[in-house]
Design a protein. Structure first.
Lengths: 275, 275
């Protein structure tokens, strides 16, 4: 019997992947969680029917949400990840020797549990002594934090289900308050082919709060359209004015110093969303 | 009844698109040709089961295969397109006022015929007086040409079926001969996620023939992995040393002067294919 998992990325278009077996399936307190073993992408975490991460292409997302802001900040020591229960962003953050503490605030403990079990090369660094894992509401954690972090990364699901409030202006204002005076923030902000309105809205909201607001992209084959965007809000540090000697050797498969610059060059129809 | 078209981009992964109807289906002398009307992407040309172009995202491919080399060359007058029967590359070429003649050599006249009928905004410029359309074998046309073109663009299908010989070293040597002494050549060379070997092979072959060989990328959501590569071979002009005043105003939706530079910045795992 051939089994295929299909994600409808829009109501009229999707991706489909042959699967070897379902490793785990559960309705958690927050969402439907499925872990499947696919032939093409290895193990794949699916939340509410949407691909969150796969063993084969996870490096793109995790490197690009992390290293662009962490190289933008001259001395990132305290880093917060909202969401990101698979642990991939934490793994990348810890590649920066300046980082002393990385806090992960994930609302759904089951994501952490099953990522540790089935995606060990992604989640393995959650055990590092520099990491503090809090299973709680990211929105509340942000509301309670002040002048606490150098970097905040929002590694959320799409703006449906538990992540809706993570795409609100109030949340970005809270992030600004939770950041130190030269803090940098990045959120994943979906794709320009199917979610242009979302990108536009987030960009305008962030721009009203952060002096430096920039959109950048990366290619993620299992995400809708393959072209993913990240929105950066920065208080003082400009991502395109990083001093050459700041770039240190780092073990990556996607990110390079060249990509750090180039990822901010937007295709015209994407650039138009920032106007 | 819900009808969905699925392209298996690998044996274990694909894309699937809801269709309104099949506009035309035919086994030509060279390949299976299907024109379908999809909900998400508008009309879509499918050859041998593979998406060739769609009304919604065609601009990316057509702009990026054309404008990068046409801005690299200081005065492109005579341009050859091998393949490209849908006419999209011709449309982009003609946006450059220096172009006096654009020759299209397409092996399958049916591709031209049905593109004119169902993709008029893509194929419309095939009627321009500067355009000469030849329905013949591109490999033979190249073999018979010498010192004839400023630019040659290879807009072929995948290296299966009629396009196999368009991915051979002999073909690239022929292209070099067919180009003038400062000619520039670009071929579409598939994606790095599923076809890394092909990219590596083409790059090495082209590098043995052209003094300047460069790989660049663009995001094309309906193509496998969404990350597409183009390989450029150039005799004298370097794509990253284009004089600022060469860039003239041009009507595009993806290409910009910034993208011209940034598209050559390769993700690390792609850059590694050029070593």
């Amino acid at each position: 019997m051939d089994l295929w998992f299909t994600e409808k990325q829009t109501k009229d278009f999707g991706i489909t992947a042959k699967i070897k077996r379902t490793l785990h399936t559960e309705k958690t307190d927050f969402q439907d969680l499925d872990m499947i073993e696919t032939n093409e992408w290895g193990n794949m975490l699916v939340l509410d029917g949407m691909v969150m991460t796969t063993q084969k292409d996870e490096f793109v997302y995790h490197e690009m949400i992390s290293h662009v802001p962490l190289f933008t900040h001259p001395n990132p020591q305290n880093v917060l990840v909202v969401g990101g229960g698979d642990g991939g962003v934490i793994r990348e953050i810890l590649k920066h020797p300046s980082v002393q503490k990385a806090v992960l605030v994930e609302i759904d403990g089951k994501v952490i549990e099953y990522s540790k079990q089935y995606l060990p090369e992604i989640a393995g660094k959650l055990e590092d002594p520099r990491v503090e894992v809090k299973v709680t509401d990211g929105f509340m954690h942000i509301a309670e934090s002040e002048d606490a972090y150098d970097i905040i990364l929002v590694d959320s699901t799409e703006p449906v289900g538990p992540a809706v409030q993570l795409f609100s202006k109030g949340f970005y204002a809270g992030i600004s308050k939770a950041l130190k005076t030269d803090g940098v923030f990045v959120a994943q902000t979906d794709n320009p082919w199917f979610k242009a309105d979302l990108i536009q809205q987030v960009y305008q909201d962030v721009k009203e709060i952060f002096p430096i607001t920039k959109l950048y992209t990366a290619n993620i084959p299992t995400y809708p359209s393959g072209l993913w965007t990240f929105t950066m809000g920065s208080k003082t540090h400009h991502p395109l004015e990083v001093k050459q000697d700041r770039f240190h050797e780092i073990d990556t498969k996607y990110y390079t110093e060249e990509i750090h610059q180039a990822c901010f060059a937007l295709p015209k129809f994407v650039k138009d969303l920032t106007k």
